[in-house]
Design a protein around this ligand. Structure first.
Ligand SMILES: [Zn+2]
Length: 380
């Protein structure tokens, strides 16, 4: 055999065994940090491909190998991995294969930190490039079967929202959570061809107003009128002022209703710090221009009246049960009956409206201009 042919595999082997980092994925261009597990007693960790476990924020390698399947938990003085205690407050795990990390059966790209909290719980933070992060977001926010122009609009709004959050949260342990309070993120497990394509086709594109990023909120269905973000979060800029939406009439989430026992509402509100003793009535005190309730008036058996913002009321009860702030409350027996319109906070882009616009042939830019008047698509 020719010497050169022998030398190349030999060099590759040397690279693997003497300097494994050589094979690790390149540093992300625009990194984001997503909290994927919060306050857990333990997580199930599987690593496929060569891996290295470092002490958090250091280059000290605590453990390495080519495959790992282990429960990870916090101990008083460190973190337990594969039955061995690593004396550290946190670990960083990198694998040679992008997406070779599995946490609780979910697969992730990039690398992860597992951090022990003061109360001996675990937080898992996934670090990855924003484009790869968006791959794992879109599937949860819209259907991958939707028209491409709507998927692209979603990719741009989700990217804008994520970058805005990342810049705001630099002092925190992470930029984004993986639940509905940020954007739902499912890692590599949630990727689909069409949604990845929408991310690729809009790579680096964000929305700006007067050259500044803004939180490009979006929601499932506005039911006719989007909300002014200043009513919800005090953000007062033209792209988030709210306005008429003529496109979501066919949304399956246009109307909703629910019945909740008053006793449960009383319990939840008291747990959130209110002092109510047997609720007897709940009424809308004031509504915003969009029709959504601003404040609710709650009366209890001791004739005390409590004012609660509708936004807090929805969050405390369950935003998936009280789907929007646009509802009519009524008491029926021991229950509160709500008949409502739309799904979500109502600010920014109405996703089902965007879907209908795309179905009728509108382009991504037209959709975004419609829902964020005055905003422009710009490069990161
Ligand atoms: Zn709408």
């Amino acid at each position: 055999m020719n010497k050169k042919r022998l030398l190349i595999p030999l060099l590759c082997m040397l690279a693997v065994y003497t300097c494994p980092s050589f094979l690790f994925a390149a540093e992300p261009e625009f990194p984001v940090r997503v909290c994927v597990v919060e306050n857990a007693d333990s997580v199930k960790l599987i690593l496929k491909g060569h891996y290295e476990i470092y002490s958090l924020h250091s280059s000290e390698i605590l453990k390495q190998g080519s495959y790992l399947n282990s429960k990870v938990s916090a101990t008083k003085g460190g973190i337990l991995v594969a039955g061995g205690e690593l004396k550290t407050g946190g670990i960083t795990i990198k694998t040679s294969k992008d997406s070779g990390i599995y946490i609780d059966e979910r697969r992730f790209r990039g690398f992860i930190d597992i951090i022990r909290t003061d109360t001996s719980k675990l937080i898992v933070v996934n670090h990855l490039d924003i484009e790869k992060y968006l791959y794992g977001v879109l599937y949860h926010e819209v259907s991958h079967l939707w028209p491409m122009e709507a998927l692209k609009a979603q990719a741009i709004t989700a990217r804008t929202f994520a970058v805005y959050q990342a810049r705001k949260n630099t002092a925190q342990d992470y930029d984004l959570r993986r639940d509905i309070y940020s954007q739902v993120y499912g890692g590599r497990t949630s990727e689909r061809w069409a949604t990845n394509r929408a991310v690729d086709l809009t790579k680096g594109e964000v929305l700006k107003y007067r050259d500044e990023l803004f939180p490009a909120y979006y929601h499932a269905t506005c039911a006719g009128f989007t909300e002014d973000a200043s009513n919800l979060w005090g953000i007062d800029i033209p792209p988030l002022k709210g306005g008429v939406c003529l496109w979501c009439g066919n949304s399956p989430h246009y109307r909703w209703s629910c019945e909740i026992p008053l006793s449960r509402i009383n319990q939840k509100l008291n747990a959130a710090g209110y002092k109510l003793d047997g609720i007897i009535s709940i009424g809308a005190l004031a509504r915003n221009k969009s029709g959504r309730i601003d404040k609710l008036e709650v009366k209890d058996s001791s004739a005390v009246t409590t004012i609660i913002t509708a936004k807090d009321f929805r969050l405390i009860l369950d935003p998936n049960v009280v789907r929007s702030l646009n509802f009519e409350p009524a008491i029926k027996g021991g229950d509160l009956v709500l008949k409502g319109l739309g799904w979500g906070h109502g600010a920014g882009m109405c996703q089902w409206g965007a879907h209908e616009m795309a179905r009728k042939g509108k382009k991504t830019e037209e959709i975004l201009k419609y829902y964020y008047p005055g905003a422009d698509i710009a490069k990161l």
